[in-house]
Design a protein around this ligand. Structure first.
Ligand code: PEP
Ligand code: MG
Length: 592
C-alpha cells in the first residue's frame, strides 16, 4: 500500500506498545546535534575512564548497527542492508579509533570533541576525493559519528526543547527524565529504538498519557523527518507513511475504542468487587501531582504508590523539605480519607538527577539505587523522612521503602525514621506517630525472607517490575531480552504466592503495584493468589475494575492454583488470556 501524501510505500514497524492510544502526525527525528558537543578538561587519572566510555559507545553503536542491518534486510532487501556494513567499517576503523584514543591521552579532553574533530577531518578528506565510492564514505562517517555521539550523550534535553509543532517524536532512546519534561502539547506520541514495557520511560509515558511504542530497534533509521507516522500504542505497531486504507481502518478502530472507554467510565463510582462479592481495593500509581485528577476520574480510591523520585527528576534543583511537604500534603488531601502510600526515593539506575550523579556504574540496576542510595546519603534521606512525617498529620499518609533486600535495611531505615520523629517532637512539629510503614517486595531475597521483615512493617507492596527483572536476571529496559521478561514464570508466581502467605500469617496487608496489576489478563491470577489490593496506572483503573467486576473469586482461585502447578509460562499466559476472553472480551478490543 502506498501513502497518498508522500508517494512512499507504507512500512510497518513492530515494537512494544507501552502506552495506549492512536496518533497520526509528522515525525520529528531526534539525533543529538553534533555541533552541540561540549568540551571539558580531564585529569591524567580520568584518561582510562574516558577511553572506556569511548569503547562502550563503540560497542553500543556496533550492536545497534547490526540490529538495523538485520531489520533493513528483513523489511527491505540485502542491497539496502549493505549500507550498514559500510557504517560498521567506520566503528571498526582502527586508525580512526586509535587516533581518538591517542588524542584523549595527549590533549586531556573528554572524548566527544576529539571524536567529532577527528571524524570530521576524515570525512572532509574523503568528501574531497574524485573517487565517487570513497567520497560517499564521508556520509557514512558523519552518520556513524552522530550515532556515537548520541550513545555518548547522557541527555537529549537540549534538543527536546527545540520541538515547536505537534509531532510524533522518534528517537533512539529517552530517559525517564526526558519523558517527564516532554511538552504534551507538542509531543503527541513517541517511538524509540530501545526500551521495554516496564522501563521507567514507559511508566512515564503512561503517566503523561502520551501514546508510545518502544523497542522498535530501527525507528530512527526507518523514519525520515516529516514522514507521516501512525502510532498504535496499545498494539505496539507503527506505520510509516500509512496508506489511505490504513488511516481509514484506524479511524474506525479509534471510534470503537472510544465507545468502549466511555462504557467503562460508567464504572467510576462502582465498587471493585467480584460477582461473588469479594472486594479488591483498587488504588493508583502516580509519578506526578498532575495525575491526581486522573485518579478520581478513573475510579481508583487512594494512591498505592507515589513514585516521589519524579519530583527530583523533573526539577532543576533538588527539592528541599518544604517543597516536599507541599507535594505530599497535596497528594494526601486530594485522596483523604483513602490511603496515600509515599514511597521514599527510588533514585539511581535510569533515574538519577544530575545533582546526584556520581561514579559511572557498570551495573546500575544492581548498584547504588533506592534504599541503598538513601542510606548512603542520610542527609537526603532524612529530609524526605521529615517531609513525609510532617505530611502525616493527614492520617491517610503511609510510608514505604523501595528495593529492600533484607531486614537490615528496614531496621536501618526505621532507626533513621525514629530519629526524625524524635527531632520533630523536640521541635514541637506535629506528625502521626502511628504512621504505617511498609516495604516494597521487589528483590527475590526480600521475598524469601519476608517472614523476617514482616515484624518490622505493616504492609508489603509487590513491585513486580523489578521482582521479575531480578528473579529472571532480565534487564527490564532491554528489548533484546524482553522475551525472557515473563510475569507468568513459575518462579515469579511462587514468590508472589509465598509473600501473600507470609502476609496472611503475620496479619500484614499485601498489594501489587508493578505493571502486572495493570495488565487485565493477569488480574484474575493476582486476585486468585490472594493479593489484597491492586495499585494500577490511573488510566487503566476502569479497565481493571471492569475485569474484577466480571470475575468470580472462586474461578480466580482455581486459575491461580492451576498456575502454581503449570509447567511453562506460555501455558499460564494462555489460561489467563482465555479467562479474559470468557469474562471481559471488550477489554481485548482495547489492546488487539
Ligand atoms: C516495581 O518495580 O514493580 C515498581 C512498582 O517500582 P518501579 O517500577 O518504580 O521500579
Ligand atoms: Mg521497582
Amino acid at each position: 500500500m502506498v501513502s497518498k501524501e508522500s508517494g512512499r510505500s507504507e512500512t510497518m514497524l513492530k515494537g512494544i506498545g507501552v502506552s495506549p492510544g492512536i496518533v497520526v502526525g509528522p515525525a520529528r527525528v531526534l539525533l543529538p546535534d553534533a555541533t552541540r558537543v561540549s568540551s571539558r578538561s580531564i585529569g591524567g587519572e580520568d584518561v582510562a575512564h574516558e577511553r572506556e566510555r569511548f569503547r562502550v559507545a563503540l560497542r553500543e553503536t556496533r550492536a545497534q548497527l547490526l540490529h538495523i542491518r538485520k531489520q533493513v534486510s528483513e523489511v527491505l532487501d540485502e542491497e539496502h542492508a549493505r549500507i550498514f556494513d559500510a557504517h560498521m567499517l567506520v566503528v571498526e576503523d582502527e586508525l580512526l579509533v586509535g587516533e581518538v584514543e591517542q588524542a584523549i591521552e595527549q590533549e586531556r579532553l573528554n572524548v566527544e570533541p576529539l571524536l567529532q574533530r577527528i571524524a570530521m577531518q576524515y570525512a572532509d578528506k574523503l568528501a574531497g576525493l574524485e573517487d565517487q565510492y570513497l567520497a560517499e564514505r564521508a556520509v557514512d562517517i558523519r552518520d556513524v559519528t552522530r550515532r556515537l555521539l548520541a550513545n555518548l550523550a547522557e541527555e537529549t534535553v537540549e534538543s527536546l526543547r527545540d520541538i515547536e509543532a505537534p509531532c510524533v517524536l522518534v528517537s533512539n532512546d529517552l530517559l525517564p527524565s526526558d519523558t517527564a519534561g516532554l511538552d504534551r502539547e507538542k509531543v503527541k506520541a513517541f517511538i524509540t529504538d530501545l526500551g521495554s514495557a516496564s522501563s521507567h520511560t514507559a511508566i512515564m509515558a503512561r503517566a503523561l498519557n502520551v501514546p508510545a511504542v518502544v523497542g522498535l530497534r530501527s525507528a530512527t533509521a526507518a523514519v525520515h523527518p516529516d514522514d507521516r507516522v501512525l502510532v498504535d500504542g496499545a498494539r505496539g505497531v507503527v506505520f510509516v507513511c500509512p496508506s489511505e486504507e490504513r488511516l481509514a481502518e484506524y479511524a474506525e478502530r479509534s471510534r470503537n475504542q472510544a465507545e468502549i472507554r466511555q462504557e467503562l467510565d460508567l464504572l467510576r463510582d462502582k465498587p471493585p468487587e467480584t460477582l461473588d462479592g469479594y472486594h479488591v481495593p483498587l488504588t493508583a500509581n502516580i509519578e506526578l501531582l498532575e495525575e491526581l485528577e486522573g485518579v478520581d476520574a478513573g475510579g481508583a480510591k487512594g494512591i498505592g504508590l507515589y513514585r516521589t523520585e519524579f519530583l527530583f527528576l523533573g526539577a532543576k534543583t533538588l527539592p528541599g523539605e518544604e517543597a516536599q511537604v507541599e507535594a505530599y500534603v497535596q497528594a494526601a488531601q486530594s485522596q483523604f480519607p483513602a490511603p496515600v502510600v509515599i514511597r521514599t526515593l527510588d533514585l539511581g539506575a535510569d533515574k538519577m538527577p544530575d545533582a546526584l550523579k556520581g561514579r559511572r556504574e557498570m551495573n546500575p540496576f544492581l548498584g547504588h539505587r533506592a534504599i541503598r542510595l538513601c542510606l548512603g546519603r542520610p542527609a537526603l534521606f532524612r529530609t524526605q523522612l521529615r517531609a513525609i512525617l510532617r505530611a502525616s498529620v493527614h492520617e491517610n499518609v503511609r510510608l514505604m521503602y523501595p528495593m529492600v533486600t533484607g531486614v537490615a535495611e528496614v531496621k536501618a531505615a526505621n532507626a533513621l525514621l525514629q530519629e526524625c520523629m524524635d527531632e520533630l517532637t523536640e521541635e514541637g512539629v506535629a506528625f502521626n506517630r502511628e504512621i504505617e510503614v511498609g516495604t516494597m517486595i521487589e528483590v527475590p531475597s526480600a521475598a524469601l525472607v519476608a517472614d523476617k521483615i514482616a515484624p518490622h512493617v505493616s504492609f508489603f507492596s509487590l513491585g513486580t517490575n523489578d521482582l521479575i527483572q531480578y528473579t529472571m536476571a532480565v534487564d527490564r529496559g532491554n528489548e533484546d531480552v524482553a522475551h525472557l521478561y515473563q510475569p507468568t514464570n513459575l518462579a515469579v508466581i511462587r514468590l508472589i504466592d509465598h509473600v501473600v502467605k507470609i502476609c496472611r500469617r503475620f496479619g500484614l496487608w499485601s498489594s501489587v503495584c508493578g505493571q502486572m496489576a495493570s495488565s487485565p489478563h493477569l488480574v484474575p491470577l493476582l486476585v486468585g493468589l490472594g493479593v489484597d489490593e491492586l495499585s494500577v496506572s490511573p488510566l487503566q483503573a476502569p479497565v481493571i475494575k471492569d475485569v474484577i467486576r466480571k470475575l468470580y473469586y472462586a474461578d480466580a482461585v482455581a486459575l491461580a492454583q492451576r498456575a502454581l502447578i503449570s509447567d511453562t509460562p506460555e501455558e499460564v499466559e494462555a489460561h489467563c488470556v482465555n479467562m479474559i476472553v470468557d469474562v471481559a472480551p471488550e477489554v481485548l478490543a482495547l489492546t488487539e
